[in-house]
Design a protein around this ligand. Structure first.
Ligand code: PEP
Length: 264
């Protein structure tokens, strides 16, 4: 299926710090990264997603910067007796623009089901937070030839009931679980195939325009030395970066490897 508006899509590279960095390390990263970003000349949105405890400090340090702030999770209720949880409104009050939803570590270690992920997506969007929705298959699912089935299930469950307008505030991150934190990235061809498939599912659910405009990031062992190749694929519109986003120079190298050109 051909989606002609690919060059118009927003390109986004996001850092997922997971459970790393205290407030001092966060300040140090951001001052180093702000310096690195001064000479960047690429039409790309850069997002940093620190842990909850560092969001306030990160927001203060990013005030003069183009870099946007993201959170790694939220709860789907507005408030109440949910010990240890954080609501959409709390994130908004910190200046958070994006929230990652449905990361495989949340699904795997914290029991997040497709149903919970769908509730979180809806809550985030209705609270004016942009969503980075993660989807991806395990190694045994890939080896068993069910990658597309898994992606279709995850995407349809998370996006069911959304409007085309909602979709303008949502990004999908294709993150094959076997590539996360393993040093083994998907090949550019594997990434492209999965992204094109996800786009076709979105076209079926909404329409070709919504699918053509959707930013789809690749995540899974993106590093400075493989980023350009992955990002050069026609349906790869950015990256969600874990380990290699923890050092300002390494994350900056990934951002700078941006092959999108000035008119993307
Ligand atoms: C992630 O957890 O979103 C991720 C892509 O991690 P890594 O880059 O370390 O594989």
């Amino acid at each position: 299926m051909l989606f002609k508006r690919g060059n118009m899509r927003k390109k986004i590279i996001a850092a997922n710090w997971k459970m790393n960095k205290d407030i001092n390390e966060t300040s140090d990263f951001i001052s180093a990264f702000n310096t690195e970003m001064k000479d960047i000349d690429c039409p790309i949105e850069v997002v940093v997603c620190p842990p909850f405890t560092a969001l306030y400090v990160a927001a203060k340090n990013l005030q003069e910067s183009q870099v946007r702030l993201g959170a790694q999770n939220l709860h789907f209720e507005d408030d109440g007796a949910f010990t240890g949880e954080v609501s959409a409104r709390m994130l908004q009050s910190l200046g958070v623009a994006y929230v990652i939803v449905g990361h495989s570590e949340r699904r795997q270690y914290f029991g997040e089901t497709d149903e919970v992920v769908a509730k979180k997506v809806k809550k985030a969007l209705s609270s004016n937070l942009k969503v980075i929705l993660c989807a991806g298959e395990t190694l045994s699912e890939r080896d068993g030839g069910v990658t597309e089935k898994v992606l279709e299930r995850q995407v349809k469950a998370a996006l069911g009931g959304l409007t085309a307008q909602d979709m303008a505030n949502l990004v999908i991150a294709y993150e094959p679980i076997w590539a996360i934190g393993t040093g083994r990235n998907a090949t550019p061809q594997q990434a492209e195939e999965a992204h094109a498939f996800i786009r076709s599912v979105v076209a079926e659910m909404f329409d070709r325009d919504v699918a053509a405009a959707l930013t789809i990031q690749y995540g899974g062992s993106v590093k400075p030395d493989n980023a350009a190749q992955l990002l050069s694929q026609p349906d790869v519109d950015g990256a969600l970066v874990g380990g290699a986003s923890l050092k300002a120079d390494s994350f900056a190298k990934i951002v700078k490897s941006c092959p999108f050109g000035k008119t993307a």
